[in-house]
Design a protein around this ligand. Structure first.
Ligand code: DAR
Length: 314
């Protein structure tokens, strides 16, 4: 059994490598391969872990030998899942490891925007002290926290919001109830929330989910927190609303264009570079979850499957 880690692991402890070596021949590639190289590597492996490399339909038409892919993360948008299924390759993700870390980061962003922490920090460094004027805020307690997506991360964020004394409302497409979250339609949720936090996967049906129209229907005093993919939001419309102060602020862990994004000029937005998940706890849990995926596959019981005909009833 040949097992590979296709592309530049963010974290790979020795203990993980040792476990992999018990299962077969294990090779780790420390770079991010181009398409051709990726196809070559994947065609010389039985099992692959993938962290960075987009795997497109045309690649699956060329890949030989490969039997199973485990994504290293929760998001599945790197892989053309249908094409993988058509090639007979089940794909798993790691759905649990970072839910709490991401939810905590939602509040890091939220409080940073809401209490203007970046601006306050800069003032203090310039010698400012006891300057109240620009920092007048409201208490989150009693405000409405709206989660779009009530899966693991949305629920973890909701629990923290309740700790702040916020009322939690949520929306999801399945209509499945979630504890402590009052379910609403998307439009209603957007109109009623003081804080909106997005927790849905990026795919064809969620791209641009927060349209210009929906964004314009948010309360002018509201905040948007996005720890998912930037492309879930109409970013141009978001920019205009924030610039014209028709929306109070945003906390963003991802944007659609990294270089020279117009949003960077706005001081009512706080950015982080995709670090919502990145805690020591989540990193360890990520390795445990990934190891479990590979071990399960080797033992003949695939888990956390995310593609097509292999779906295990999730
Ligand atoms: N998009 C997030 C973070 C990926 C982080 N990289 C990891 N876990 N190696 C996700 O979990 O999908």
């Amino acid at each position: 059994m040949r097992i590979i880690y296709l592309d530049e692991p963010t974290y790979l402890p020795d203990s993980f490598v040792r476990e992999m070596e018990k299962l077969g021949e294990f090779e780790v590639y420390d770079d991010r391969p181009d398409e051709e190289t990726a196809v070559r590597r994947l065609s010389a492996a039985d099992i692959a872990m993938v962290e960075w490399t987009p795997l497109r339909a045309r690649m699956f038409r060329q890949i030989r030998r490969l039997q199973y892919i485990s994504l290293v993360m929760t998001s599945c948008d790197l892989v053309d899942l249908e094409a993988a299924g058509a090639a007979g390759i089940p794909v798993s993700n790691c759905p649990v490891y970072s839910a709490q870390s991401v939810a905590e980061h939602v509040f890091a962003l939220l409080l940073a925007v809401h209490r203007k922490i970046i601006k306050a920090d800069a003032l203090v460094r310039k010698g400012g002290s006891h300057i109240y004027g620009p920092f007048l805020a409201s208490e989150l307690s009693g405000q409405t926290f709206g989660v779009i997506g009530t899966g693991r991360i949305g629920q973890a964020a909701a629990r923290i919001a309740r700790g702040f004394g916020m009322k939690v409302i949520g929306t999801n497409r399945s209509g499945r109830p979630a504890e402590g979250i009052e379910l609403k339609g998307l439009q209603e949720l957007v109109r009623e929330s003081d804080v909106i936090s997005l927790h849905v996967p990026a795919n064809n049906s969620t791209e641009g989910l927060l349209t210009a129209e929906l964004l314009a229907s948010m309360k002018p005093s509201a905040l948007l927190i996005n720890t998912c993919r930037g492309r879930l939001v109409d970013e141009g419309a978001l920019y205009t609303l924030l610039k014209e102060k028709r929306l109070a602020g945003a906390g963003l862990d991802d944007v659609t264009t990294v270089r020279h994004n117009p949003l960077y000029a706005l001081d009512n937005v706080v950015f982080t570079p995709g670090t919502a998940w990145y805690t020591r706890t989540a990193r360890e849990a990520n390795m445990e979850e990934l190891l479990g995926n590979i071990q399960s596959y080797v033992q003949g019981a695939v888990r956390n499957i995310v593609n097509g005909e292999f779906l295990d009833g999730k």
